[in-house]
Design a binder for this molecule. Structure first.
Ligand code: UTP
Length: 473
């Protein structure tokens, strides 16, 4: 039995008694659901985060900004032997089962407006493979190529956990060993109105949202995933986001450079597409590597140019990182020390109107959502390393149904990359007068995870007709 007065007293300590406004209208099972939601809230943490309202962590002084050092996409002559050694070392690290893949897939995919986990979205241009399947097969292809195990840690959130696990089970884990796929759930934070009063999503449900991809670090620890990694001998975590179908989940060169540079956390970066691309920027602030989101980037710096005319603040964050397991253990070991900053975003959130009891869906932002971002761990890392990568090879996020960063642009970019790989293997790809592939192409990650693997496989004899749809698997 749920004790109403205990609940009421607990909520009163934090000024949130209104969450029980409809208590007497609820059935016993609804009362239990509401009590469970309330029990899941870390009120002291929530109070601390709300107290910082107005003190945004990105209130940064533009004069303190600098441009970080990067390793180039292709090695210059003086780096050629380091890159060759790094690739070899990265392959050894993978072969020795020291590398795990980790995807963050706990987001709400609000912009895409898809009624299932975002990872289930059928993105591949010919086969309709989902984002999850592409990543799974890429990991499987890597483990076959290096004859090793690559465990995959999949972060979900309360809203999509059961659906995600079910879709993996139905797909027989896309060929991966079930024991090598570990699901873990991130924590949720309450959504509040602009006065810090927590909203009700239903009369019997608190409005909760995932606590941001920065929540992945504590979630790894809280769910025993760091111990699981230690038991398997995993030392390196290759981190990526579910919505980037071009990502290479396990990249030997990136891993090897990370190790050679003795970095604790490293990131891939690429030139911004244009001044106003909606990505975070890698900068140094007071000498420390940081990512500053586009929403918080000082406008006076956006258009700045170098003497040669190139963009000064040009390094986009594409959310591909390598983290040492020991580094993550160190920063989550004493949870108080993690102290990743919280970001408070204004959102429009459906909620129960406390006066009428009706559920309303405001068009304008009415609510505050608190999130942590994983890139803030860079500031805690020794010798963080930044490696440049080619956009057309590695990045095309699925955020929207169409337009920029969309299903349409990601499919286009998958076809363009497949065409380039095939051409590098000696295949003639029909192209239209603008130079775009005049065909729909898809390369299964089981056939090749990069152009080198495709060339090794030998595709020179293939012929592709204009207008054809072709799957290479
Ligand atoms: P986004 O911030 O783009 O969010 O997440 P989203 O859920 O995909 O889409 P919108 O903003 O609601 O439209 C980038 C990546 O981080 C993950 C997402 O699943 C995606 O892979 N993420 C985001 C989490 O895992 N947890 C979070 O709390 C937030």
């Amino acid at each position: 039995m749920v004790n109403e007065s205990t609940l009421r007293n607990r909520l009163a300590e934090h000024g949130q008694e209104h969450l029980l406004r409809f208590w007497s209208d609820l059935s016993p099972s609804q009362q239990q659901e509401l009590a469970a939601d309330i029990a899941s809230v870390d009120f002291p943490l929530f109070d601390r985060v709300m107290a910082s309202l107005g003190a945004h962590p990105d209130d940064l002084d533009p004069d303190a900004f600098g441009v970080p050092h990067t390793l180039p996409e292709r090695p210059t002559a003086d780096l050629a032997s380091t890159f060759a050694r790094a690739r070899e070392l990265g392959q050894q690290m993978i072969r020795a089962n020291r590398v795990a893949a980790m995807v963050v897939a706990g987001g709400q995919a609000t912009r895409l407006g898809y009624d299932a986990p975002k990872g289930a979205y059928p993105i591949a241009p010919v086969s309709g493979r989902s984002l999850f399947q592409l990543h799974a097969e890429s990991i499987l292809g890597t483990s076959r190529r290096y004859e090793c195990r690559v465990p995959w840690y999949v972060m979900t959130s309360t809203a999509n956990h059961a659906d995600t696990v079910e879709l993996f089970e139905k797909a027989s884990f896309f060929g991966l060993q079930p024991d090598d796929v570990r699901f873990f759930r991130q924590s949720m934070m309450p959504i509040a109105d602009t006065d810090g009063k927590i909203l009700l999503d239903r009369k019997h449900r608190v409005a909760l949202a995932p606590n941001g991809h920065g929540g992945s670090l504590t979630a790894l620890a809280e769910n025993g995933m760091l111990d699981d990694m230690a038991n398997r001998g995993v030392d390196y975590i290759s981190y990526f986001q579910v919505d980037n179908p071009l990502v290479m989940p396990v990249d030997p060169l990136f891993l090897g450079l990370h190790a050679i540079e003795r970095s604790e956390m490293s990131s891939l970066t690429m030139s911004k597409a244009d001044d106003h691309e909606k990505v975070g920027h890698f900068v140094t602030v007071g000498g420390k590597l940081r990512v500053v989101e586009y929403t918080a980037f000082p406008p006076s710096l956006i258009g700045q140019r170098m003497p040669d005319g190139s963009r000064k603040y040009d390094l986009a964050n594409i959310a591909v990182h390598v983290l040492n397991r020991g580094f993550v253990e160190g920063i989550v070991g004493d949870r108080a020390a993690v102290a990743l900053p919280w970001y408070l975003a204004n959102k429009s959130a459906p909620h129960i109107d406390l006066k009428t009891g009706r559920r309303v869906t405001p068009r304008k932002p009415n609510a505050i959502k608190a999130e942590m971002f994983v890139f803030d761990a860079l500031a805690l890392a020794e010798r963080p390393m930044l490696l440049r990568a080619a956009r057309h090879e590695r990045f095309s996020p699925v955020k929207n149904p169409d337009g920029v960063d969309s299903v349409v642009s990601a499919r286009r970019d998958l076809v363009r990359r497949a065409a380039a790989w095939l051409e590098s293997g000696g295949v003639t790809v029909p192209r239209d007068p603008e130079g775009n592939p005049d065909c729909v192409l898809e390369i299964s990650p089981l056939a090749a995870v990069d152009s080198e693997m495709l060339r090794e496989r030998g595709v020179g004899g293939l012929s592709i007709e204009p207008g054809e749809s072709r799957l290479i698997d």
